[in-house]
Design a protein around this ligand. Structure first.
Ligand SMILES: [Zn+2]
Ligand SMILES: [Zn+2]
Length: 264
């Protein structure tokens, strides 16, 4: 343990008091600090989640991930976030360490949101989805898909509340449609209902999110199969991933379609 680490622990001694509302608000959320964390060089303190989100936002655009981050307050370069102090021990999160819950799939999906959807609407036959009222079928992968998308979009690990809220809105939509045969503006109803539910959480990305949800539901695919088709259609992934996967499992996709037995 170097001198630096020791001083971090000394600072951590008065951790509890920092939770009182007005003594030392978090410079990012301006609220009382929750799960206090320090930057390792300038010792400025923040909520652990606030500073992690800050780091994710500022380093997201950089490839490879930078190894330091400028403090939002003093602009000093810092290399890690110190958190979870407990009787002389602490944990360290390095700046170039990815959020543990963000998988490669999460990263891929968050890239997708900044690319054009191209011909995916045709590929997943969105028109048929609406025409044949496939939206009335429950989708058993929906919950997991929503969780991943929302984690990728919000960089929050715990998105269950949002997932439930959106699943609830989809259920409301489905139930309404069951009882209104031949409604003309079904798609518009879907878009407005889901947008309203999602907007408070993902703001400017709502429209695209609803669009992605439509694609996913229309595809009738598992999450993996959906990703695979997506990757084949869009070039927002490293080429070798697409080529490698496709040539290794040439017949894989066929087993993953679930709506192939539709009568038309
Ligand atoms: Zn905060
Ligand atoms: Zn600072």
């Amino acid at each position: 343990m170097d001198r630096h680490d020791r001083s971090l622990i000394e600072q951590s001694g008065n951790n509890e008091e920092q939770l009182s509302p007005n003594s030392n608000p978090c410079p990012i959320c301006l609220g009382p600090i929750k799960c206090e964390a320090y930057l390792d060089q300038c010792f400025h303190n923040f909520c652990y989640n606030c500073i992690l989100q800050w780091i994710n936002v500022v380093s997201r655009k950089c490839m490879p991930r930078p190894s330091s981050v400028k403090c939002p307050l003093c602009k000093a370069d810092n290399f890690s976030v110190i958190h979870g102090y407990n009787r002389g021990s602490f944990q360290r999160h390095y700046i170039n360490e990815d959020c543990i819950f963000l998988s490669e799939a999460h990263k891929y999906r968050s890239q997708c949101y900044s690319t054009e959807t191209g011909t995916l609407g045709d590929k997943f036959d969105v028109l048929r989805f609406w025409k044949l009222r496939k939206y009335l079928h429950p989708n058993r992968w929906l919950h997991d898909w929503l969780r991943r998308e929302l984690q990728a979009l919000t960089l929050e690990e715990d998105v269950e509340v949002i997932v439930h809220h959106i699943v609830g809105s989809i259920d409301i939509f489905r139930n309404r449609q069951k009882h209104s045969v031949g409604a003309v503006d079904v798609k518009e109803q879907f878009i407005s209902l889901i947008s309203e539910a999602a907007r408070p959480f993902i703001a400017g990305r709502t429209e695209r999110f609803v669009n992605e949800l439509e694609l996913f539901l229309a595809s009738g695919l598992t999450i993996d199969a959906f990703d695979k088709v997506y990757m084949q259609q869009l070039s927002c992934v490293p080429e070798e991933t697409v080529e490698g996967e496709a040539s290794e499992h040439p017949h894989h996709d066929r087993h993953l379609y679930v709506f192939d037995n539709d009568s038309e």
